[in-house]
Design a protein around this ligand. Sequence first.
Ligand SMILES: *Cc1c(COP(=O)(O)O)cnc(C)c1O
Length: 430
Amino acid sequence: MSETSARPPSVDTLARSLVGSGLPHPILVDLARQAIAAGSPESAAACADLFRRTLLTPVVNATGVLLHTNLGRAPVAHTQAARAKTVEFDLATGTRGSRQQAVGQLFAQLCGAEAAIIVNNNASAVLLVLAALAEGRDVAVSRGESVEIGGAFRVPEVMEQSGARLIDVGTTNRTRLSDYERAIVRPGNDVALVLKVHPSNYRVEGFVEDTPVSQLATLDVPVVADIGSGLIDANVPWISGAPPAWLAGEPAAVQTLADGADLVTFSGDKLLGGPQAGIIVGSAELVARCSKHPLARALRCGGLVLAALQNVALSYLDRTVTTDIAFWRMVDQSTESLRIRAERIVDAAGTGTVVDSQALPGAGSAPGVSMPSVAVAVDGDVLKPLRNHEPPVIGRTRDGRTYLDLRSVESDDDTIVIAALSSLAQPSAT
Ligand SMILES: *Cc1c(COP(=O)(O)O)cnc(C)c1O
C-alpha cells in the first residue's frame, strides 16, 4: 500500500462519498468527522445507515398488537395541502373564531354531550380538568384507581401537578359509595369533584368492588371519568355484527355520560383510532371552565391534529369507520380473510407456515384479552433481518419461532411481508 492511500480521506471527501444515504450534508460531515477521529473512516457508511434508521420510519407492524405504543399507537392516514384553514376563524362573521368549535361540536354530538374540547393527549386532558375545576381543593379518588398507566401517567403525580389535593377513598380492592360520601362531608375536606379512573392496563380479580358512575352521579359534587381508551359507544354500531367479546368491560363515552358523568376524558390514539389527542366531553359549563384556564393554551393541539381528528369524528358520524379508520379496519377483518392472505404470503415467499394466532388491542386497552388472528410462522429468531428489510417488518418471537401476525398488517403491505420473508432465504440476508 502506498503512503498516500494510507492517509485518511478528508472529512469533506468522506462526507461526499456518503450522499447515497440521502442524509443532509451537515449530518454527513459530522459522521465523517467522527469516523475519522475514531481511526476508522471505513465505518462511516455503516454509521450513516445507523443514523438514517434513527429517523422516524414507516414500518409494517406484524406484532399482532394493533395499537403498539412503540409504533405510534393508532396508525392514521392524513395528507393535506399547504393551505390556510379556519383553525381560529369564523367564516360567518369574518372574525376570530374558536379553535375548539369545529372538532369540539362533532365530539359532543358523537358522545351525546353538550360540549367538548380537544387537547394534546389524555394526560393533558386529566391535568387540565383537575387544574380548572379543583386547583387548591380536594379530589376524591378510589384507592383502587390511584394507578399508573403507560409508565409516566400516575394519578397522584398528575394530581400534584394540577394543584389539586388527592383524597384517597376506600381500599385497594373495594370502594363503595359510602366511602365517597364520608370523604365529601368530612370536616376539613373541600371536595371539588370525584375522579373515576379506568385502570386500563391491569385487572384486579377476586374480592373486588368499585362504585359505578351511575352511583357516583348521586353525589353532590361533579363526577369526572377518565375512561382512557376512547371507545365511543359500547354497542360498537360501526362494525358489522355484535360488539366483539374482547371489548366487554371497556368503558365507553356515550354510556359513561348517560350514566351521569359530568365530564369524560379519553385518548385520541387508542380505541378511537385517531391521532394523539385528548378529548374532554360533557357539561357545557365545566368544559367552558376548562377552556378558559391558562393551561388550555399550553395544552392545545395544532391545526394538523385537529384536521385529522375532525376526519375521524366525521367517519364515526358517517358510519364509515371500518373503511376510513385503520384500527377498526384491522379489527373488522374476518379470520378467514386473514388466513387467505397468510396462505398467499407463504406461497409467494416460498417459506413459512400458516398458524392460528391471538392479536391484542394494545395501548393498555382491554388488558388480558385477545382477538383471534392468523400469523405466518418461520423457524428461528429472524426479527433482526426483518427489521433490516426496507421497509422494516416488525414481528415477534416465541419458543424459537418468529411470528408475523396479519391482523395488524394492512393488506396492501402483504407484498412487503412477502419481499421480507423471501429475502430471509437469500444468503446475503444480514
Ligand atoms: C392511556 C390512558 C391515559 C394516558 O393517555 P395519553 O393519551 O397517553 O396521555 C390516561 N388515563 C387512562 C385511563 C388511560 O388509559
